[in-house]
Design a protein around this ligand. Structure first.
Ligand code: COA
Length: 166
């Protein structure tokens, strides 16, 4: 599941969630879904990069994203919070798309680039406001992405792969 968001050079594709049912892992499904989202973010949305948030303890996913070309941009303090003192930090990982010619969307040693979650929440609020004023072209593009995602789900169901979320 994903979306496009941001303004100016922050315009990018965002991986909201990716999960593959345990019995269908290690056969390249996450790889295929990430490539699809990157392609849509590039070709349809003309974004500068793709980003995602991952728990700092999720070493499997972090290793996978690094293999796919993502790097840590910053560590967001207390990004995951269930309200029971069970907070966990997130890595904000990014992969530049061809439009980011000078690779301005990534930095070195992002693990040491700290950001408080409250700052990130403000950014999310701004994105929601921006979403309310997007023009018709962007809305049309969202429909195209919805169709592509729907197509993927149909394909996955047709070939009997069960629960796969993109
Ligand atoms: C992370 C997850 C989405 C990977 O899905 P997947 O379809 O199994 O991944 P792929 O088959 O495309 O694997 C791509 C590469 O990632 C790495 N990888 C994936 N799972 C791995 C594992 N358990 N251990 C080590 N490396 C792993 C490997 O490099 C793999 O390539 P390879 O199989 O050629 O060695 C899946 O394990 C999952 O749903 N986990 C729980 C939810 C989650 O953590 N989501 C990410 C939250 S940000």
């Amino acid at each position: 599941m994903g979306k496009a968001e941001g303004r100016g050079k922050e315009w990018h594709g965002h991986v909201t969630a990716i999960t593959v049912a345990s019995e269908y892992r290690r056969i390249g499904l996450a790889d295929g879904m990430m490539k699809l989202l990157e392609s849509v973010s590039d070709k349809i949305y003309n974004g500068y990069f793709v980003d995602l948030f991952v728990r700092v303890s999720n070493t499997v996913a972090i290793g996978m994203y690094k293999k796919f070309g993502y790097s840590v941009y910053r560590r967001v303090i207390g990004y995951y919070s269930s309200g029971d003192n069970n907070e966990e930090d997130a890595f904000d990982m990014r992969k530049p798309l061809p439009r980011d010619v000078n690779k301005e969307s990534i930095i070195e040693n992002g693990e040491h680039n700290l950001d408080a979650a409250i700052v990130d929440a403000a950014v999310v609020d701004a994105a929601v406001v921006n979403a309310a004023v997007v023009d018709a072209a962007v809305v049309d593009a969202a429909v195209v992405v919805g169709a592509v995602v729907g197509f993927m789900v149909v394909v996955v169901k047709t070939i009997g792969l069960g629960d796969v979320t993109i």
